[in-house]
Ligand binder design. Structure first.
Ligand SMILES: O=P(O)(O)OC[C@H]1O[C@H](OP(=O)(O)OP(=O)(O)O)[C@H](O)[C@@H]1O
Ligand SMILES: O=c1cc[nH]c(=O)[nH]1
Ligand SMILES: [Mg+2]
Length: 209
C-alpha cells in the first residue's frame, strides 16, 4: 500500500489558511500556491539518495554529498497544477516538465483528457504529478494511468488539499503511488467540491470566475 504523508510544517499550514480565505486575491493565491508547492517539494524529497563526491574547499580537500544522479520530472495536471510548477522547479531545477490536460465534467465529474506531452525519457524518470486539489480522485487516477501506459514506473502524487474520498480511490487504483498532501479535509459536497476546501483552484489561480 502506498505511503500517505500529510504535511505538518507550520509554514505550509499557515499558507494554506491564506489560500482558503474567500477574500484572497488571484495574485496572492497564485503566489501562495507557488510557495506551498516549494515547501511541499522540500518535504517530499527527503528520501532522495545522496552519494559521496571528492571536492576541494578553499581550505582543504573533503568528501561532500551530492544528489545521486536521479532523473526527476514534474507533471502538472492542467490547468490548476501549473500553479505548482515554478515552486517545484525552485527546489529541483534540473527536473523536466511534462503536461497532462484534464478537466472534470461539471455534471458527471468524470475527467476529460485534452492534452498530454511528456519528456521523451519519462519512463526513466521519477515523476511528481502535481495538482492543488484531489477531490473524487478521478483526475489524478486518470493522469497516473496515462503515465503508466507510457511506461512510467516511479510516480508520486502531490496535492495541496485532499478529500478522504480521493485519497481512498487513488490508493485503491494506484497502490504503488505515494501521496503527499498539504491538508486533508473533511468530505466532498454534492457538486464534488472539497469541504471546507478553497473553491475552484483553477479559477482562483487564473482569475476566470
Ligand atoms: O479529484 P477530481 O474530482 O477529479 O477533481 C480534482 C480536479 O478538479 C480540478 O480541475 P478542473 O476540472 O476544475 O480543471 P481546471 O484545473 O482547468 O480548473 C482540480 O484542479 C483537479 O484537477
Ligand atoms: O474543491 C474542488 C474540487 C475540485 N476542483 C477544485 O478546484 N476544487
Ligand atoms: Mg477548475
Amino acid at each position: 500500500m502506498s505511503k500517505v504523508v500529510v504535511m505538518d510544517h507550520p509554514l505550509i499550514q499557515h499558507k494554506i489558511g491564506i489560500i482558503r480565505r474567500t477574500e484572497t486575491s488571484s495574485k496572492e493565491f497564485r503566489e501562495m500556491i507557488g510557495e506551498i508547492a516549494m515547501l511541499m517539494c522540500y518535504e517530499a524529497t527527503r528520501d532522495l539518495k545522496l552519494e559521496d563526491v571528492e571536492i576541494e574547499t578553499p581550505i582543504t580537500k573533503m568528501t561532500a554529498k551530492e544528489l545521486a544522479g536521479k532523473k526527476l520530472a514534474v507533471v502538472p495536471i492542467l490547468r490548476a497544477g501549473l500553479g505548482m510548477v515554478e515552486g517545484m522547479l525552485a527546489m529541483i531545477p534540473a527536473a523536466k516538465v511534462g503536461h497532462i490536460g484534464l478537466y472534470r465534467d461539471p455534471e458527471t465529474l468524470v475527467p476529460v483528457e485534452y492534452y498530454c506531452k511528456l519528456p521523451a525519457d519519462s519512463s526513466e524518470r521519477d515523476i511528481f504529478v502535481v495538482d492543488p486539489m484531489l477531490a473524487t480522485g478521478g483526475s489524478a487516477e486518470a493522469a497516473i494511468t496515462m503515465l503508466k501506459q507510457k511506461g512510467v514506473k516511479n510516480i508520486r502524487f502531490m496535492c495541496i488539499i485532499a478529500a478522504p474520498e480521493g485519497v481512498k480511490k487513488l490508493q485503491e487504483v494506484h497502490p504503488d503511488v505515494d501521496i503527499y498532501i498539504g491538508a486533508l479535509d473533511d468530505h466532498l459536497n454534492d457538486h464534488g467540491y472539497i469541504v471546507p476546501g478553497l473553491g475552484d483552484a483553477g479559477d482562483r489561480i487564473f482569475g476566470t470566475k
